[in-house]
Design a protein around this ligand. Sequence first.
Ligand code: ADP
Ligand code: ASP
Ligand code: MG
Length: 412
Amino acid sequence: MPILVMKFGGTSVATLDRIRRAAKRVGREVANGYDVIVIVSAMAGETNKLVGFVEETSPLYDAREYDAVVSSGENVTAGLMALTLQEMDVPARSWQGWQVPLITTSAHAAARIEEIPTANILKKFEEGMKVAVIAGFQGISREGRITTLGRGGSDTSAVAFAAAFGAERCDIYTDVDGVYTTDPRITSKARKLDRIAFEEMLELASLGAKVLQTRSVELAMRYNVKLRVLSSFEEMSDEAGTLVCAEEDIVESNVVAGVAYSRDEAKLTLTQVADRPGIAAAIFGPLAEAGVNVDMIVQNISEGGTTDMTFSCPVNEVKRAEKAMADAKAAGLVDFGRLVADTDVCKVSIVGIGMRSHAGVAAKMFQTLRDEGINIKVITTSEIKVSVLVDRKYLELAVQALHDAFGLDRAA
Ligand code: ADP
Ligand code: ASP
Ligand code: MG
C-alpha cells in the first residue's frame, strides 16, 4: 500500500470535535487506498501552557525536564486521535516518540532526529492496521531521555516520517489554506501561493513564518519529500494548498516572494568591550554554551581600544544571555562596561530568490521604512533575504508597507 503522511497542527486538534473532523479526513485517505501515518500536535495552547508552567517553576530550567513536561501535550492528542479512528472502525494505534523509537540527539528543546526505524510500524500495517498515529514534536535520546524538536517541531516529525517511509506525500494540515506572501493575520492583502521554492520557504521559516518549522523544510529539500500545506477546515481537493517544491518547478515568481517577521526579539549591546583578537570568541562562546541563539551581530567602530558589540537573540533568552555574560566577566574571560538590553524590538525580513539577479531590493526596503518613519536598528543580508530589527510597535506597519511596496498582493 502507498503511504501518506498527514500532520494536524494544534488548531486542527484543538477540541474533540476538531479531532473527529481530522479523523474523517484520515478515514477518507484510508478509503482511497493509503496506509496513513498521522502526526499530531498538542491541542492549541497546550504547549504554551506547559512552557509557562516550566518557566514559572524554574526560570533557568533544566532542559531535560522542560522536554519531559512540554512533550506531554502530544501524548494526549495521539491517544485521542487513535481512539477516534477506532470509533470510526478504522484500525489505528498510537505511538509516542520513544515507542517508535524516534532517536534524536540529546540537544534538549532543540533536538535533531537521527533515526526512525520503520520495521515495527510497517509490520503493523502488514497485519492490517491502517493508521499509525504518532505524537509529533518528541523523541528519545541515546541516553534514554525524552527530547523535543523545538517549537513547531511536529512539522519536522511529519517530514522525517515521510522521508523514512518513502511516503507519497506529506500533507501539513493547519489553520490557513497554504503558505501566503506574509502572515495573513497581519494583512488581509496577503496572497496564497500555489507553489513556493524550498529555498524561499526555508528562509521565510527561519525568519519567523511559523507555518512550517525550518528544519522540516530542510529535511523535505534534502530527501525530496513532496510537501503540501493546506487547511484542515476546508473541503479536500487535489489543487488545495501550497506545494513546497524545487525552484525549477516554479514558472513565474516575484522578486520578493514574501515578508516574514519575528515578534519577540531582543537587542543586546555590550559597551566598552576590549577590542583585541579573540574577543568575539570570548563573548559568543559562553553565550552558545548557555543555549542563547544569537542571530544578528554588529561590532562597532573601535575607539580608545574598546568597542561596542551588539547582537540579537529571542527575547526569552535575555536572562540566560545576561547571566552568561555576567559569569564570563566575573571569571575574567571578557571585559566590558555594561550590558544594555532592548527587549522591545522585532525582526522584519523580505525573502526572494529573485534578489540574486535584481539590484536595489534592499535600498527599496530601506526607503519604504523611511517613508513610514520607521528607524532601522540593525540590518543583515544574505543572497536571498534582507532583515532589519525595528521597534516592535512598528511590526504591523513595516510588514504591511513592505508587502505593498513589493506588490505582493499581485501575482508576477
Ligand atoms: P499549526 O498549529 O497548525 O502548526 P502554526 O500556528 O504553527 O499552525 O502555523 C500556522 C500559522 O502561521 C498561521 O495561522 C499564520 O498566522 C502563521 N503564518 C506566518 N506566516 C505565514 C505565511 N507566510 N503563510 C501562512 N501562514 C503564516
Ligand atoms: N506542540 C508543539 C508546539 O506548539 C509542536 C507543534 O505543534 O508543532 O510547538
Ligand atoms: Mg506549527
